[in-house]
Ligand binder design. Structure first.
Ligand SMILES: [Zn+2]
Length: 46
């Protein structure tokens, strides 16, 4: 598996706050692994 930089600005990455599952998608509403809440990692924090 190729590890992709999670902060690539061209894609929206979401990470589950419950189990840590990560997915690169534009429309992930809930974690497919546990159904938990996901957070968009592409949001700038600076
Ligand atoms: Zn999860």
């Amino acid at each position: 598996m190729v590890y992709t930089d999670p902060y690539t600005p061209e894609r929206s990455y979401y990470e589950c706050r419950d189990c840590g599952y990560r997915e690169a998608t534009d429309s992930l509403g809930a974690c497919p692994e546990c159904g938990g809440r996901t957070q968009n990692l592409a949001v700038p924090r600076d």
